[in-house]
Design a binder for this molecule. Sequence first.
Ligand SMILES: *Cc1c(COP(=O)(O)O)cnc(C)c1O
Length: 386
Amino acid sequence: MSTNSVDSKYYTKSVHAGMKPDVLSGAVTPPIYQTSTYIQQSPGVHKGWDYSRAGNPTRDALEAGLAEIEGAKYGLSFSSGLAAEQAIMQVLLLPGDEVLVCDDVYGGTGRLFRNYFEKFGIKFHFIDMSDPAEVSSKVTSKTKVIWVETPTNPTLKIIDIEKMAEVAKKSQATLVVDNTFASPVFQRPLELGADVVVHSTTKYIGGHSDVIGGAAITNNQDLYTLIKRSQFEAGSVPSPMECFLLHRSLKTLAVRMNQHHQNSVAVADFLSSSPKVKKVYFPGLDSHPNFDVATRQMSGFSGMVSFDIDGNYDDVLKFLSRLEVFVLAESLGGVESLVNHPEKMTHASVPEPLRKQLGIGSTMLRLSCGIEATDDLVMDLKQALN
Ligand SMILES: *Cc1c(COP(=O)(O)O)cnc(C)c1O
């Protein structure tokens, strides 16, 4: 088991990222500028804001915070993680282009690519990226984007971001990394050579299961300009209230991640030792096939643990009905612990052959360990397994 944990400077960074006193009032917390439009002194002359789809001070503050916590120059926020993904792909791709995507990418991401981008003549290859040689062999002159999600969902495979950056550089493709599962506290893909980081801020960054949001973060000024243009011209912007809530959440990100990490490590440890469990998927276990890459590129493992119950679907249903702390629900990354049945819930839209190939079967469960007391989580799993 790895001994990684939160780098202490992230406690300070989380609290202060993007927090500047309000120019007008001196308010320490960025106010919610609940307005769609702004007065102009004369046509085209204003204080920098003219319409809230184009810009809003509450959103600006959040975006500065998101950039800062990822250690980046530019941050953009969106109305959902998928909206951020859509904006990134809109500006990067043309008909005839090809994209390499990790095979167990977030279900909604795969659906977005298959149902919408493919009809515009873009080809997606879903491949196992835990082996960099496999990725190199699939690159062609048409490959414009390499799309990585690590850890993956729900099998928690680990993809080597530095290796993917080498492949992308060689083929002049753009490397996009979905950093939702790790959070910027534990993994910063831009430092490892990624071009763009995408987040579903709905998850760890939001952290309270009360906001849907997304982000695109980069150091590349040209990419930033293009994605910002899509944010404005395609219009998937978050509301001022959503921006306020996400910025407020950012302040406790490091504290929460520390507890998520402690809990998932203890839960993975317990599950590994249980005779009722057939297999545990967790990047912090030294039995994980990419444990060395995980401990190198991540400083902690968030709260996600998947496992197969040793039994059948009836046993799974019995187990679920006995849980008292873990709540059966989709989503992840919130303060409360959740359990999800990927085959019937989050990954129901993944084509069945692919689901089988990934090992997502009827006995698999995915846990999002919250920030409750570690013992309460372990005891809950123990009593429900018994
Ligand atoms: C939830 C999720 C998304 C999609 O984000 P939404 O905010 O639900 O649109 C994308 N990637 C990952 C890894 C996710 O978990």
